[in-house]
Design a binder for this molecule. Structure first.
Ligand code: NAD
Length: 286
C-alpha cells in the first residue's frame, strides 16, 4: 500500500488552501507555497476558518484541528517548499505558460523521483508532462471547490503517465478521503467540460434576457435538482478561472465552447466572483 507522509502544495488560492487542508487532515506534513506573502497568509487564515467551522459542526475535535495545524508550514520560498518533497500538487493559476515555468522550476528544485500532480481544470496534462525530462511522473489531480466538501478527484492520465504515478495519485486522494475516477487527458476532462457548457449557456440566457440570474439559478436548483445554480457556482469558482477554461475548450474542441460575451464583460469589469466580493452577485461582507 502506498502511504505518502509529506505533500507540497504550490499556490495558496481558492484551491491550494483547500488541498493543503485535505493533506493536513490526512496526516501529511504539508507545505503550502505561494509567490505572494499576502496570498500565503490568506490561505493560512482560510484553512483556520475551515477547521473552526469543522469544530463548530462537530466534524473535528479541537485537538485534531490543532494537530493538523501543527503539520502545516507556509512559505514563499519555492526552493524550501520543494526540497526533499516527494509529492507535489500544483494549484497555480490556469495559464499554461505559468504552469510550464513552474514545472521547469520543480524540475530544478525537487527530487528527480517526486510525483507531480496538477490540479488544472482543463489544460493539457500531457503538454505539462512534456516539460519534464521524465514525463512519466506527472498526472492530473483535479479537485473540486470547496475541497473540504467535495468528494471527487478526477485523476487524469497524461499520454505518458506511468501506472505507478497514477497509483500514487489515487492513493493520496483516498488518504484524503476522496473518491476517484480515471480520465484520459482530454480538454476539460469529464466535469469541467460539462460544467463550462452549462455555465456558458446560463450566461447566454442572461444576455438574451431569458430570465434573471436569480431565476436561472432557482430553475436549475428546483427544476433540475442541481445543488447550486450556475451563477452561484461560477461566483464560487471565479469568473476569470471559468473564462480561461472556456477559452481553452473553445480552442481545443470548437465553436460550441465560445465564451459568452457577457461573461467576458464581467471579467473585464473585475467581477471575478466571491473571492473579490463581486461576481454575478455582490458579496458586500467579503
Ligand atoms: P486562485 O487565483 O484562487 O489561486 C491561485 C494562486 O496561485 C494565487 O494565490 C496566486 O498568488 C498563486 N500563484 C500565482 N503564480 C504562482 C506561481 N508561479 N507559483 C505558485 N503559485 C502562484 O486560483 P484557483 O481557483 O485556486 O485555481 C488554481 C488551479 O486550480 C487552476 O489550475 C484552476 O483551473 C484549478 N481549479 C480551480 C477550481 C475552482 O473552482 N476555482 C476548481 C478545480 C480546479
Amino acid at each position: 500500500m502506498i502511504v505518502i507522509t509529506k505533500v507540497t502544495v504550490l499556490g495558496a488560492g481558492t484551491m491550494g488552501h483547500g488541498i493543503a487542508h485535505a493533506a493536513m487532515m490526512a496526516g501529511c506534513d504539508t507545505v503550502l507555497y505561494d509567490v505572494a506573502p499576502a496570498a500565503v497568509e490568506k490561505g493560512r487564515r482560510a484553512i483556520g476558518g475551515i477547521l473552526e467551522e469543522g469544530i463548530v459542526r462537530g466534524n473535528v475535535t479541537r485537538a485534531d484541528a490543532a494537530a493538523a495545524t501543527a503539520r502545516l508550514t507556509t512559505t514563499t520560498s519555492l526552493a524550501g517548499a520543494l526540497s526533499g518533497s516527494r509529492f507535489i500538487i500544483e494549484a497555480a493559476p490556469e495559464q499554461i505558460g505559468l504552469k510550464l515555468a513552474l514545472l521547469a522550476d520543480i524540475e530544478k528544485l525537487a527530487p528527480a523521483d517526486a510525483v507531480i500532480a496538477s490540479n488544472t481544470s482543463s489544460l493539457s496534462v500531457t503538454e505539462m508532462a512534456a516539460a519534464l525530462s521524465n514525463p512519466r511522473r506527472l498526472a492530473g489531480m483535479h479537485f473540486f471547490n470547496p475541497v473540504h466538501k467535495m468528494k471527487l478527484v478526477e485523476v487524469v492520465r497524461a499520454l505518458e503517465s506511468s501506472d505507478e504515478t497514477l497509483q500514487t495519485v489515487e492513493a493520496v486522494a483516498r488518504q484524503m478521503g476522496k473518491e476517484t475516477v480515471i480520465v484520459r487527458d482530454s480538454a476539460g476532462f469529464v466535469t469541467s467540460r460539462v460544467n463550462a457548457m452549462i455555465g456558458n449557456e446560463a450566461f447566454y440566457m442572461l444576455q438574451e434576457g431569458v430570465a434573471s440570474a436569480r431565476d436561472i439559478d432557482k430553475a436549475l436548483k428546483l427544476g433540475l435538482n442541481h445543488p447550486m445554480g450556475p451563477f452561484e457556482l461560477v461566483d464560487l469558482v471565479g469568473l476569470d478561472t471559468r473564462l480561461s477554461v472556456l477559452e481553452f475548450l473553445h480552442k481545443s474542441l470548437g465553436e460550441k465552447y465560445r465564451p459568452c460575451p457577457l461573461l467576458v464583460q464581467h471579467v473585464k469589469a473585475g467581477r471575478l466572483g466571491k473571492k473579490v466580493g463581486r461576481g454575478v452577485y455582490d458579496y458586500p461582507a467579503v
